[in-house]
Design a binder for this molecule. Structure first.
Ligand SMILES: [Zn+2]
Length: 508
């Protein structure tokens, strides 16, 4: 399906740099919970560090604004405790739906509702992302399903004309995708040792050159975020476990996937080196698996012949099983045959002792480091691309004296700290550690305004729309209760909205 029109205004602050689309397993639906539109939200999240974000905002007229790249992690469903066993920021895409309100704007109000255009565009965007990343309908869930939060409010109460049931039906329409399918995009699960053990067991006289090239399946796969173990299993199928008996190609062609053998009697493509042959196979798989651009130069002579993204799953590589009747091979059950081999490969290593190969997804660096919050002790602090003054300045934290924001450090090196936002590194000599203050420990307090008219906005920042105002007669100030703080803004207990705390003072 064609991509919906997407406006991009990426936030430089509010995301974790990951550059890995293979991480995407879930799509989480939210509502904005305030009255701003998609563009205004996108601009606000791009304006400064907020400690929260989403990949997309879907607006009142169906317009779509993107704030964080799919490959990177947005901070949309993080929590201290979860209802969902697996879905997290790290393996999901977050979509925020803009919302209207006809009365009370409290979180538990039944006055929130969606515009038809917002719902339709959110469905279209979700379906597009599902197909692009092979996310099944069962993995499209609400923020509510992840943490229990009443979000998206109209899809938790289901008391307006738009219900969650209807949304799920709409995205499930047509080609129902099963949970159990195997995505071609992503990281290998089998190791080179397992593949080597498997092929030796199946083909006692396997050529040494074949054993030598097995790691290339993993490295070439990783380069394009395609599962190299699936490619290897496919090669086992196409070459008769590298015996090439009954195969149209021979070992010297470096063509391990029957590429170009479209009818009997053809000899297929040849490649200069095993590496190029494997690279072509990986690229050809990628052509089927998704619509992401190639990272390396294209060496697959048949890449452009593929209808991109028509087979996100191994199961769909067989034309007979593919809902669009497209695919790599015509024979019945082609994908199932590959998966049977893949399962056998994965079992090979697991039954052997001493297979201590690390899982590819784990980085030990961040695991034992406990992230913490800091504020700066100077007005302007350079952000650099690495830990040290010999690295390039890529930005700066600028603070107004007396009003310091908090930043999260996720890694330390030589007295430098890496910012969680992905912006870069700062010298820790100009910072001090501070305690986290949001959420559970917040004590509500009273304020009076220090001006005659103070705007109330739908969110914490001038990027949100004005929804009202506090108007006071000089000399007669009312007191208001602040129940939450964010970036110098305070949320009114009344549910009316947010006010800038710069124009208030604490009252008793
Ligand atoms: Zn939410």
């Amino acid at each position: 399906m064609a991509a919906p029109k997407i406006e991009k205004l990426l936030t430089p602050y509010n995301f974790t740099n990951k550059d890995n689309a293979g991480r995407i397993k879930y799509i989480v639906i939210h509502y904005v919970g305030a009255l701003g539109g998609a563009e205004a939200n996108c601009k606000y999240y791009a304006s400064k560090y907020l400690g929260a974000s989403a990949h997309y905002f879907v607006g009142f007229n169906g317009e779509v604004w993107q704030s964080v790249e799919d490959e990177d992690i947005a901070w949309h469903c993080g929590a201290s405790s979860y209802k969902h066993a697996e879905c997290r920021n790290s393996n999901s895409i977050g979509i925020e739906m803009c919302v209207r309100n006809k009365g009370s704007q409290s979180a538990e109000s039944k006055d929130w509702y969606f515009e038809e255009a917002t719902v339709n565009a959110a469905i279209e965007l979700t379906k597009y992302l599902m197909q692009k990343y092979g996310v099944p309908a069962s993995n499209v869930i609400r923020h509510h399903d992840v943490t229990g939060k009443i979000c998206p409010n109209p899809y938790v109460y289901n008391s307006t004309k738009h219900t969650w049931d209807a949304f799920k039906k709409a995205i499930s329409g047509g080609t129902e995708q099963k949970d159990s399918m195997t995505k071609i995009t992503g990281k290998s699960e089998a190791t080179a040792e397992q593949m080597t053990a498997y092929i030796k067991a199946k083909n006692g006289s396997v050529a040494q050159s074949v054993l030598d090239m097995i790691p290339l399946y993993l490295s070439e796969g990783e380069a394009e975020n395609i599962r190299g173990d699936i490619a290897f299993a496919q090669s086992c199928l196409e070459t008769g476990n590298f015996t090439f008996s009954g195969s149209a190609v021979e070992l010297s062609q470096n063509n391990f996937c029957g590429m170009g053998v479209t009818q009997n009697g053809e000899t297929g493509n040849s490649f200069k080196t095993p590496q190029l042959g494997i690279r072509a196979q990986i690229q050809h798989l990628k052509a089927y698996a998704n619509t992401t651009k190639l990272k390396q130069e294209c060496v697959d002579p048949r890449f452009d012949l593929v209808s991109r993204g028509c087979a996100p799953y191994v199961e769909y590589l067989g034309i007979q099983e593919n809902p669009k009747s497209k695919g790599w091979a015509a024979g019945a059950g082609y994908g199932e045959k590959i998966l049977k081999i893949l399962d056998a490969i994965k079992e090979t290593g697991s039954s052997q002792a001493g297979d201590g190969s690390p899982k590819p997804d784990e980085t030990k660096k961040d695991d034992d480091f406990k992230e913490y919050l800091i504020t700066t002790t100077c007005d302007v602090l350079n952000i650099r691309s690495g830990a040290g003054t010999d690295n390039k300045v890529v930005g700066a934290i600028r603070e107004v004296a007396g009003k310091k924001n908090k930043y999260t450090i996720v890694e330390e090196k030589n007295g430098w700290g890496r910012l969680k936002s992905g912006a870069g590194w700062i010298s820790l000599s100009y910072t001090k550690k501070v305690a986290a203050s949001t959420g559970t420990t917040f004590t509500p307090y009273l304020i009076t305004t220090t001006c005659d008219v103070l705007n109330i906005r739908s969110g914490a920042g001038t990027g949100y729309s004005v929804v009202g105002a506090i108007r006071e007669v000089a000399g007669k100030k009312n007191k208001y209760t602040i129940v939450e703080e964010k970036n110098g803004w305070g949320r009114l207990k009344s549910g009316a909205g947010w006010i800038s705390l710069s124009y208030t003072k604490k009252a008793s």
